[in-house]
Design a protein around this ligand. Sequence first.
Ligand code: ADP
Ligand code: MG
Length: 576
Amino acid sequence: MQHLWKYFEGRKLLSATGPLFKLIEAVLELLVPIVVAKIIDEAIPSGNRSYLFTLVAVMIGLGLVGFILAIAAQYFAAKAATEYARDLTADTFDHALKLSKTDRDKMGGSSIINRLASDTFQIQSGLNTSFRLFLRSPFIVLGSLVMALQINRQISLWFVLMIVILSVIVFTIMKVAAPMLRNIRNKFDRLVTQTREQIQGIRVIKAFTQQHREINEFEETNDDLTKMQLRVGRINALSNPLTYLTVNLILVGMIWQGGHQVSVGTLTQGQLVALINYLLSILVELVKLVVVLDVINKSITSAKRVNAILDLPTEDLTDSQIQEEKNAVVNSALVIDNVNFTYPEANSKALSNINLAIKKGAFVGVIGSTGSGKSTLLNLISKTYEPSEGSIYFNPSLFNIDNLAGLRSDIAVVPGQVTLFKGTIRSNLLMGKKDATDEEIWRALDDAQASEFVKQLSEGLDSPVAAFGSNFSGGQRQRLTIARALIKQAELLIFDDSTSALDYVTESNFQHTLQEKYADRTIIMISQRIHSLRNADLITVLEKGKQVGVGTHEELLKSNEIYQEIYASQAVTEVD
Ligand code: ADP
Ligand code: MG
């Protein structure tokens, strides 16, 4: 925990003030029973009123001064602890931002957040409590014992007996309860994580009507947690009766022996009352000590967790590197950052560790065999699902990221499966843009290489489309679907294997149009055919959900085995 000590520097005096005041308060507290003894033994029997009032005044004075000291100690302890935690949190936050991506991913975003929020707070309360009680409680216990020994050695043996028995009870219970408490904390972490996942994935859960399963899962964990807490509660509940039984038995013994000594004259009544007072203050402080030890224990765990962040090396970027990173982000249309995804109820990840920065206006290809995760990636980009881990960032200067509907309007997806609806060509295209003019419709049809065959239809844009577009050929349906997406004039165009039914020449013409008229748009083209992606600025190769290659066609052809295999298999078919 070497990193955490330096935060005491510059506030050593402040940190010492709280404990010091608490010690003075403790000394005053230890004096009170002596004054009480004097009142009982001297002032009351003597009948000297002014002496009695003086002693009572002294007692009240001790209480008042103690009270003021306690409040001051509280203030200084809280101030020292809060300032400590403030500086520690600020530094840890800075440090966390400078961690390398690998380290950040290793520790996990939510773990870092927890360390920054709840662990630093735990450290703060640990410090606050320690400043006030860590010195005071043992001091009062020992002090009371010493005072008792001064008054009467024989009776003080009861004190030793009580301290021993209470310590045994308390530490036995703690030993039994501590592992359970740790277990509860883990269970609780689990519950929080689960809830967080459920809330984040709520759309997916609904889409798959998995609400019941999720509710059951939550209730199971929650029930488990409740049962464990009840068990710990029962064990803890033992501590009070056991403690009070011990204390009262000891008191009975003490009063019995003390009463005997009072009647013999070796002990005064006042002294006996003082002894009882000391015994009770030992009890109170022992109980507090248990709480303090627990808080300190938790704080040490937290301190280790925060220290672990500060232990990681930072990446000190030079100004030009920072500028470069900034430029990369600013010039990106979207950044896929370490994305993982598992479908609900699926056993394995459909995508793991996908990273891709897509520049504005880039033409990005995604290639891979069936089931490699291409459509899954599309679904994540179009926000049909949320990544299980990692994030996809959209550049806010290009995309409306304030709400889902806005974002979706900036993304046009051409699905692999053609979805045309019963109606007319116009009604189908208007689904892409509600208020499109005929001119816009024709332009979209033109770009999608569809205008030629539409023109030949006698009714033009009003030609009927049967359900699923079954009155058109596969290639025509695909071109109408493309036109419906193009008419949206979206910032990002995603084609999911949607040129597969086009013949070679039509596809080449279409690619040409994309390059000329849609050069400023960002395009993601998913395809199983290499020749559809030849001109891409960047191609990513997926295999079983993993990203096995990124590069241009030439680069991948040189160095990527899987790409080479795909190329080899298609080179043959293209000759056909
Ligand atoms: P591609 O588009 O590359 O053919 P997909 O992204 O459709 O691949 O599928 C990737 C993997 O995810 C496959 O193993 C597939 O079985 C699985 N998968 C796809 N959709 C779902 C779903 N809705 N539920 C569960 N698993 C799915
Ligand atoms: Mg697919």
